[in-house]
Write a protein that binds this ligand. Structure first.
Ligand SMILES: Cc1ncc(COP(=O)(O)O)c(C=O)c1O
Length: 399
């Protein structure tokens, strides 16, 4: 299990531990993609020694003279890309993280004693008890992780594209994220939202200066209108998930998580169009392929589960849901192949299981989380992910 046979990996591990104890490996000291790259290289090599789940790439495990960079990464596909037809690579995510971090403070990662006890019981006498950590992505200014992708996309636009302005479609969270960061960067934004979007999200989007168009029953209807405006007004489309810059931006969450909890071994993540889980899975599985990544959808709109069954993104019927943030009728063409390749399993939860999770988070954890954010907690509370119950290292749930 432990590879203590090379002095180099011991050195890397002890350097990592010393740096970590002195706080020298905090990401605040990594101001560029290259410094993060050296951080993650050290991290990956340290895991080789100290992480019980670390699996060295088989062709290099006995080659102590292999360069550090070669040891770290998952083997590329035959075409040389690391990921999938979307061509989002670990390096894109590193760059996105470097671009995003000056504009976006990290969100808290905290153990939920309530959920740990609720799901795993007292775990008396277990050497490494399971712990549930919540990653509080609802603490962003606009209330969700969507700011990560929005910043990465908007900050990557050319001066000419910024001048033309952007258009986006969203059930609310992507809308507010695009509106807020477009305002910060001085870019005009129009956002198309379904007519049933919660009023607070519509008001939030308008507050940041975006023009709002309310149209149709689902995000897919709003998307059609965004496409029309894009062509009619020559705008740049900021897609909520089916876009490489958005996927890479959301993937920064995986790197932030590894920095906060290097020994994490399981991640549970809601899925709408699949941008969040795609970026996260590429990021964390590149550093440590043994980390398990599970996705959760609402039973009412299981678009990614259907895509997996039918081997392609397919439209599913719309049914109303309290998880309005993930009410996406068709998985992304870019995200589906990444999810198919990297995500270990996807489960669905019922509306009442989601409602129960919202209530547990509110009453017991004293945290208000929207339906979409509570789906991962719902999957744990309802026992839909039995594999996660073995005693081991920390488990993280995105809210
Ligand atoms: C709170 C929340 N969680 C998860 C998701 C799913 O993200 P994705 O569409 O990238 O799968 C969304 C989508 O908007 C969301 O709003």
């Amino acid at each position: 299990m432990l590879s203590l046979n090379t002095s180099r990996s011991l050195r890397a591990a002890s350097q990592f531990m010393q740096h970590k104890s002195k706080g020298l490996l905090s990401m605040s000291s990594c101001s560029s993609a290259s410094s993060w790259r050296s951080f993650s290289t050290t991290l990956a090599n340290s895991m080789k020694v100290v992480h019980p789940n670390y699996v060295p790439p088989s062709d290099q495990s006995n080659n102590s003279s292999a360069p550090l960079e070669e040891i770290q990464y998952v083997a590329p596909d035959e075409d040389g890309s690391l990921a999938s037809p979307s061509h989002v690579t670990f390096y894109d995510i590193e760059e996105a993280f470097a671009r995003i971090r000056p504009l976006l403070p990290p969100t808290p990662l905290q153990e939920s004693m309530v959920l740990t006890h609720e799901i795993f019981g007292s775990q008396k006498g277990i050497l490494h008890p399971r712990k549930v950590h919540l990653k509080y992505e609802n603490k962003h200014m606009t209330g969700s992780f969507k700011e990560r992708g929005a910043i990465n996309k908007l900050a990557s636009l050319t001066a000419e594209q910024r001048e033309r302005g952007v258009v986006a479609s969203s059930a609310g969270n992507h809308a507010q994220a695009v509106a807020y960061h477009a305002m910060r960067l001085g870019i005009k934004a129009t956002i198309c939202m379904p007519e049933n979007t919660p009023l607070a999200k519509v008001a939030g989007t308008k507050r940041y200066g975006a023009e709002v168009v309310l149209i149709g029953e689902s995000i897919d209807d709003a998307y059609q209108e965004a496409l029309r405006i894009k062509d009619a007004e020559n705008r740049v489309l900021v897609h909520p998930f089916n876009d490489n810059d958005i996927i890479a931006g959301q993937g920064s969450l995986g790197l932030e998580l590894l920095e906060q909890s290097p020994y994490i071994d399981t991640i549970v993540c809601p899925i709408g169009g699949g941008g969040l889980i795609s970026g996260t899975a590429i990021a964390v599985k590149t550093v440590n392929p043994k980390i398990k990544v599970y996705g959760v959808q609402t039973e009412n709109i299981p678009s990614m589960i259907t895509a997996k069954k039918e081997r392609k993104a397919t439209m599913v019927p719309f049914k109303s849901t309290i998880a309005d943030g993930i009410a996406v009728k068709r998985a992304g063409d870019l995200t589906f192949p990444i999810v198919d390749k990297y995500v270990d399993d996807i489960v669905s939860v019922s509306e009442s299981e989601i409602a129960h999770a919202v209530l547990v988070l509110l009453e017991r954890e004293k945290t208000l989380v929207e339906g979409a954010g509570a789906t991962a907690v719902a999957a744990l509370l309802s026992g839909k992910l039995p594999e996660i119950t073995k005693p081991n290292s920390p488990l993280t749930v995105y809210v």
